[in-house]
Design a protein around this ligand. Structure first.
Ligand SMILES: CC(C)(COP(=O)(O)OP(=O)(O)OC[C@H]1O[C@@H](n2cnc3c(N)ncnc32)[C@H](O)[C@@H]1O)[C@@H](O)C(=O)NCCC(=O)NCCS
Ligand SMILES: Nc1ncnc2c1ncn2[C@@H]1O[C@H](COP(=O)(O)OP(=O)(O)OP(=O)(O)O)[C@@H](O)[C@H]1O
Length: 198
């Protein structure tokens, strides 16, 4: 069985970028946010239940993220409802992915890993981290969220310090080269452990 490494971190901290460095080292990757994109897309399994719960959020058979963010911003219970629809479908997507995996290390990029208790199913967890001001600046630079939407999502997440305290590895994503170096060190350490146990 593959080594299961959870990769988590708060919004905009650098999970996706760091995940790509693990792929460069030969790890397999499953990405929870990417699974949500597939589920919201045309023909995706979340479209029909989302249409039933939030008819105005579905446009041309696709869940429209801008509309969804507006709904989340104005309806306090909306995100919980969305999670109840989406999270079981995300779990099914992950189970499907696992059927075909052969890599020695599988990285699970999951923003809400600790919040959902998913860390218990991992052999180790790595958390990406940068100071809060840099995090906010990076998210604002992306231009896909207002400051209020960013703060609202952030409020739903476990504080960065708590995530880092619970993680086995903390990856500081201050520069691309530094993050890549830390990823290479972690992969080396895991592979050394795997070879010792083989
Ligand atoms: C809130 C939505 C519309 C924002 O879409 P957008 O395209 O702007 O951002 P994206 O999907 O890339 O998410 C950005 C980040 O927001 C954070 N985030 C997303 N959903 C949640 C949530 N339910 N709780 C806390 N943080 C969240 C994560 O850090 C994520 O990496 C979208 O993320 C969504 O529909 N979320 C609900 C589904 C969910 O819980 N996804 C989390 C992974 S299973
Ligand atoms: N190591 C790094 N050095 C410099 N910039 C970085 C680094 N890692 C990520 N970034 C930049 O930070 C921004 C956010 O990165 P990324 O999309 O990987 O974060 P994320 O945690 O996956 O975000 P989200 O939680 O919103 O999905 C991007 O603009 C990216 O280019």
């Amino acid at each position: 069985m593959s080594f299961r490494l959870g990769l988590t971190g708060s919004i905009g901290m650098g999970k996706s970028t760091t995940a790509s460095f693990f792929v460069d080292e030969g790890c397999a990757l499953w990405d929870a946010d990417a699974a949500v994109h597939r589920l919201y897309d045309k023909g995706g399994a979340a479209v029909a239940p989302m249409q039933a719960a939030f008819p105005e959020a579905v446009v041309d058979g696709v869940v429209d993220r801008a509309r969804l963010k507006a709904i989340i911003a104005s309806e306090p219970t909306a995100l919980k409802q969305i999670e109840a629809i989406v999270h079981p479908l995300v779990a099914a997507d992950r189970a499907d992915f696992l059927k075909s995996v052969t890599a020695d290390i599988v990285v699970y990029d999951i923003p809400l890993l600790f919040e959902t208790g998913g860390d218990k199913a991992m052999d180790a967890v790595a958390c990406v981290s940068i100071p809060r001001e840099d995090q906010k600046a990076r998210v604002m630079e992306r231009g896909t969220m207002t400051e209020a939407q960013f703060e609202q999502i952030l409020a739903k997440q476990m504080p960065n310090e708590d995530k880092c305290a619970r993680a086995d590895f903390v990856i500081v994503t201050d520069t691309l080269d530094h993050a890549r170096q830390q990823v290479q060190d972690i992969v080396k350490e895991i592979r050394t452990g795997l070879n010792q146990n083989a």
